[in-house]
Design a binder for this molecule. Sequence first.
Ligand code: PMP
Length: 429
Amino acid sequence: TSTLDAAAVRADFPLLDETIHGQRLVYLDSAATSQKPRAVIDAEVDFLTRANAAVHRGAHTLAAEATELFEDARAAVAGFVGAQPEQLVWTSGATAGINLVAYAIGNATAGRGAPASARFALAPGDELVITESEHHANLIPWQELAARTGAALKHIPVRDDGTIDTDAAASVISDRTSVVAFPHVSNVLGIVNPVAEFVALARSAGAVTVLDACQSAPHLPLDLPALGVDLAVFSGHKMLGPYGVGALYGRSDVLEALPPFLTGGSMITTVTLDEAKYLPPPQRFEAGTQPVSQAIGLAAAVRYLDSVGMDAVHAHETALGERMGEGLRSIPGIRLLGDPASGSGAGHVERVALWAFEVEGVHAHDAGQFLDSRGIAVRVGHHCAQPLHRRFGVTATVRASAALYNTADEVDAFLDAVSGIRSFFGVAS
Ligand code: PMP
């Protein structure tokens, strides 16, 4: 397998040369948002400088060129996740993608859309299933859908070792289940969930699966059709791309049967003052002007990732994650959330390079400030996953997350700084 030349990769990311408080930046907050390579920044600037025009409208040359670049971007991003262009809907991010699906199912329940959409209509007694590890983006839209439709919201618990309790899943998912929404990788636990197991359970229950792929898309080779999920979302800004763009992937039969969420221009065929006919997917879900330059930037991001090679990215990051995990575990007073060494355990699990942890006796925000004073950027707080933190009996953690541009040397600098936190705050034994 190919290996990754970290020095060459780093040279493509202008921001990584910045200093923080006079120290070199060690950026370990890529799970919140990734840094952007020059190729992405240039792609947006080039489009706006040389090819900007309204897409899918107008007969002029620039409009045609812009449309071609925009649709090429769709094909590139779809290809990156193993999908066909018409299976990829632009959104403004993962949150928007999940809300799109939840509102579309709500519309189907209200009797909107083509007869085919009856497939997604919820009936009294129907259940929506999520996990205890959701980011709020894959939780609150389902709470709201339940409240609007009278469906019940159920969850699959997380074990002490951070794995999702697949034994419990088999009893939580039942004939009453209409939707199973779950993360490919939790943004707090970093564990790669067994998608195939959830898909099999959901399928036998006749439920639609919704995968939150935000934290997997930047880090491992992803083939959404092969994973067998019905719908999936991911976010551009976490995978080297711009802000304000993301995507919803859907199996063709699922997208075709799903009524729209947002309505307006660009998603219709004929309109009268009384009613409208909708375009097929993906345009049916793309009302209004889309984030065109951002989509083109995201295409540059996936081309960049492909040029490095996702196998190489995954191998490089796996090594960083293991180094980080081993190092953190050996520092007294550090408690990892979802430590594979604790609990009943599912044995070895695949992970991305992400760890959330508590520093005993030190508030996460103080620990984060201490690390920042040494140029190390991490995230502190609940990381938009309050129920998961509550499950582990904490309100806030420190989270370090690496990406393809991080190095073993940076991980060591981080570990060295973490090992000094408790003595700095006077709590070391
Ligand atoms: N799901 C997960 C697992 C995430 O990590 C995030 C971003 N923190 C989101 C959803 C939401 O993504 P966005 O803010 O780009 O909509």
